[in-house]
Design a protein around this ligand. Structure first.
Ligand code: ZN
Length: 181
């Protein structure tokens, strides 16, 4: 039997209402909330892979400007997706939730073989997290309601890439085996 984990990427204040907020992120908040609720009810672990940057050090600021600075409000998960007891928070320095974080170790210890990748942005942090999941032998599912990016075209392209290059399954969250109405 498959063992799943949900990974919620970068649903932190700076991306939602802070310095690099984009309006399209709003549409994925409620689906992610609902998915996490179903996952917890089914005993599926929920991980948050959150940008947590050090100013003056992290290279990403050259590309995006300062955002999600460690220890600030901007780097905290938004209130409406607030982590619940038992959820696991993984601070990350780069686009990938795996790169130099304990995410892989935690997933292995839980016996997870399939990661359900959600969050912001489909063609950047979700894509890079998918790459690292693929390199490590995890199966990948991306529920299309739970991710987005700056434009619909870029979102479609990002999801196509995850499907074609990493063998990801792109589906509706309602197709997940632990979904209950
Ligand atoms: Zn960042």
């Amino acid at each position: 039997m498959k063992k799943y984990a949900v990974i919620v990427v970068d649903m932190v204040n700076d991306f939602v209402t802070g310095v690099i907020a984009h309006p399209r992120i709003q549409r994925i908040i409620e689906p992610i909330r609902e998915l996490c609720e179903k996952a917890r009810a089914a005993g599926v672990p929920v991980f948050y892979a959150n940008d947590s940057h050090l100013p003056e050090i992290d290279k990403e600021f050259k590309v995006w400007g300062p955002h999600a600075v460690t220890g600030t409000w901007g780097a905290e998960v938004i209130d409406s997706l607030k982590p619940q007891p038992g959820d696991i928070i993984i601070p990350k320095k780069t686009y990938s939730g795996f790169f130099q974080t304990p995410l892989e170790l935690n997933l292995r210890e839980l016996g997870v073989d399939t990661v359900i990748i959600t969050g912001w942005q489909a063609d950047c942090c979700c894509r890079h997290t998918s790459a690292d999941a693929f390199f490590r032998g995890f199966d990948i599912i991306v529920p299309r309601e739970t991710t987005d990016t700056l434009t619909q075209e870029d979102c479609d392209r990002g999801l196509e890439y995850i499907k074609n290059i990493y063998g990801g399954t792109i589906c509706s969250m309602k197709d997940l085996p632990f979904w209950t109405e």
